[in-house]
Design a protein around this ligand. Structure first.
Ligand SMILES: [Zn+2]
Length: 111
């Protein structure tokens, strides 16, 4: 990957990380317990709140692991072999690296 490609990918990863952190702030709020609302809302909406809460907890877990993978990839972005397939040595497509920052194989070798 050339320097311009690295820079572009780095910028996209940084933006993605910023987006994820913003999302996580929101999710963390929704993942909190819903106790305060319990008296004010009926049983069904309480169940809704609990369901929404568990969705938020789940999404938060996913966001955290994606954030960790992005940060790990970002820390390696200036390594000589970053973005090269570990198998055939061809460059891995930047779009693939962004979608799967932990990817070490190109699409062809991963199949
Ligand atoms: Zn390959």
């Amino acid at each position: 990957m050339d320097q311009a490609g690295r820079k572009a990918l780095e910028a996209r990863m940084l933006r993605e990380i910023a987006d994820l952190k913003a999302q996580m702030g929101d999710l963390e709020e929704r993942a909190q317990t819903v106790e305060l609302d319990q008296q004010a809302v009926g049983r069904l909406s309480r169940m809704d709140s609990l369901a929404n809460q568990s969705i938020a907890v789940n999404a938060l877990g996913k966001a955290k692991s994606r954030l960790a993978r992005l940060e790990r990839a970002l820390s390696r972005i200036n390594d000589e072999d970053f973005g090269l397939c570990a198998d055939c040595g061809d460059p891995i497509a930047p779009a693939r690296l962004l979608a799967m920052p932990e990817a070490v194989l190109c699409v062809g070798c991963a199949d």
